[in-house]
Design a protein around this ligand. Structure first.
Ligand code: IPE
Ligand code: IPE
Ligand code: MG
Length: 270
């Protein structure tokens, strides 16, 4: 691309970002089920790992544009509990790719003020992956921009099971009273403690399922299904998802009139 065309592209991108920001309700937390890497590769007669590789580019662009838009939390479903059941070669290639991506991207993330977190059964990952992950978490821990949560060896059922175990043990020790257990307390035992629930869930590759992602936390998230395979997902599709989200009415069980009244009160106070 010529310098001129690059400059035009940057200006167009900023225009779209400004428009989304002007609408006022940029989601605080976006969660993404990054799906379709294998099918992207298959369509091109390439090995599945080529799709995973290209998927790293999509991660980079999504993280960067979320940061620019002022999204506070981005949770990426990168490897599920069930993904351990894949062929051994694919699992080990994915682990190697993860290690390399963490090694190569941490400096850029740090420069962009991104803070890295991990959720999932991290101790089940190969030691080298854990080391890279801990380095990235440590290096970026004072950053104040986007919080990037990497869901690794993660599943919603794993999260809830782990929470129940620790909660019961605290009840047995007497530090928690059974009658004080409510949904706020349960949220504090989940791996997403202190993170607001996702406002928007994006799943790529046209699949309409949750695949054991943040089961508790997605209770009231708006869902956007993209037909693109993850390696084809870039910021313009993210913008489409956010624009669609901004048109939705989130009622949280109430009726539309109540939501409108709340909104006008909030804008009056604000
Ligand atoms: C998502 O792409 C990446 C992971 C689950 C690790 P897939 O590998 O699931 O790709 P498809 O769904 O088979 O196309
Ligand atoms: C969901 O994708 C998990 C991740 C994106 C990490 P899968 O490809 O594993 O989901 P299913 O098996 O199609 O439901
Ligand atoms: Mg898949």
């Amino acid at each position: 691309m010529s310098t001129r065309r690059v400059q035009d592209a940057i200006r167009d991108d900023q225009k779209i970002q400004n428009e989304l920001k002007r609408n006022g309700n940029i989601p605080t937390h976006i969660a993404v089920i990054m799906d379709g890497n294998g099918r992207w590769a298959k369509k091109r007669k390439l090995p599945r790992i080529a799709g995973h590789n290209e998927g790293v580019e999509s991660v980079r662009d999504t993280v960067e544009s979320c940061g620019q838009l002022g999204v506070k939390y981005l949770t990426l479903y990168a490897f599920s509990t069930e993904n351990w059941k894949r062929p051994k070669e694919e699992v080990s290639m994915l682990m190697r790719l993860l290690m390399r991506a963490l090694r190569d991207e941490t400096d850029r993330l740090h420069k962009n003020n991104v803070r890295v977190h991990a959720i999932g059964d991290i101790s089940s990952l190969p030691q080298e992956v854990q080391d890279e992950l801990l380095d990235a978490i440590e290096k970026t821990k004072h950053n104040t921009g986007l919080n990037l949560l990497l869901a690794l060896s993660y599943s919603g059922r794993w999260d809830i099971t782990d929470a129940v175990r620790r909660l019961i043990s605290n009840v047995q020790q007497g530090t928690v009273k059974t009658e004080n257990i409510n949904d706020h307390l349960i949220s504090e035992y989940l791996s997403t403690k202190n993170v607001p629930d996702p406002d928007l869930l994006i799943r790529t590759s046209g699949e309409f399922r949750i695949s054991n992602f943040l089961l508790w936390q997605l209770a009231y998230s708006e869902i956007y299904i993209s037909d693109l395979f993850w390696p084809d997902f870039r910021r313009n599709e993210l913008y489409k998802a956010i624009a669609e989200y901004q048109k939705r009415e989130r009622r949280f069980g109430m009726v539309s009139e109540q939501v409108q009244t709340q909104k006008s009160k909030a804008s009056y106070v604000g």
